[in-house]
Design a protein around this ligand. Structure first.
Ligand code: ZN
Length: 220
């Protein structure tokens, strides 16, 4: 199970730059990731599907009680800088974060940094790491809203969606060792997604899973 978290929402806009509120792009890429994973028949959940506020206690409780193995918390950055950042808990290795970063880089977004951050009492600084129990959560900052370089790329919706898909695929690869049942990958329609489904299918088969690409509407 993969949990998708759309950062901020409602009264909390997140970063605001050049007329754009971070919460809106977070929601859009999260919904895209959610639909993308559903098309691939990968079990997934999402923390919010609309523009609602989720205070830290509520959001972290949703993550903790989701039954998910991993959580992708989607964000966009601001405050000077450029490129994507992937933040993992200090209690995990950086391998999952590295794999997401590789996907983002491959799609055309340079990586600024991969890191974990320590807060008070030596615990994780971000509550999405500190309060989410055993769910391996990554905070993904896809780029800077106030960077002209990043915005040139990010303003293209299909590029944002491509980044979201790469992160989702990295999550599937990361949990594949824990998938206990056959995996059916559905041909999503668009040629690009079909190629990805086939590629993922091959990888899963290599690991001994019963995976194949199926046509829309075709029974299994
Ligand atoms: Zn944010």
């Amino acid at each position: 199970m993969i949990l998708i978290d759309a950062g901020h929402g409602g009264k909390d806009p997140g970063a605001v730059a050049n007329g754009l509120k971070e919460k809106d792009w977070n929601l859009e890429v999260s919904l895209h990731q959610y639909e993308f994973l559903k098309k691939l028949s990968i079990p997934c959940k999402i923390t919010r599907k609309t523009d609602v506020e989720l205070p830290p206690e509520k959001r972290s409780e949703l993550v903790k009680s989701s039954g998910a193995l991993v959580c992708l918390s989607n964000h966009f950055n601001a405050g000077g800088g450029s490129g994507a950042e992937v933040i993992h808990s200090k209690y995990t290795t950086s391998s999952f974060a590295q794999s997401v970063a590789n996907g983002l880089k491959k799609a055309g977004m340079p990586i600024r940094q991969i890191f974990s951050k320590e807060g008070e009492n030596g615990n994780d600084y971000y509550y999405m790491h500190r309060l989410t129990g055993s769910v391996e959560t990554l905070i993904i900052e896809y780029g800077f809203l106030d960077s002209a370089t990043d915005r040139k790329k990010l303003n293209v919706r299909s590029f944002r969606f491509q980044l979201a898909e790469e992160a989702a695929l990295a999550a599937v690869r990361h949990i594949k060792g824990d998938l206990k049942r056959p995996v059916y990958l559905v041909q999503a329609g668009a040629y690009k997604e079909k190629t990805k489904a086939e590629q993922l299918c091959k990888e899963l088969k290599g690991k001994g899973y019963d995976a194949f690409v199926k046509q829309e509407g075709q029974g299994v």
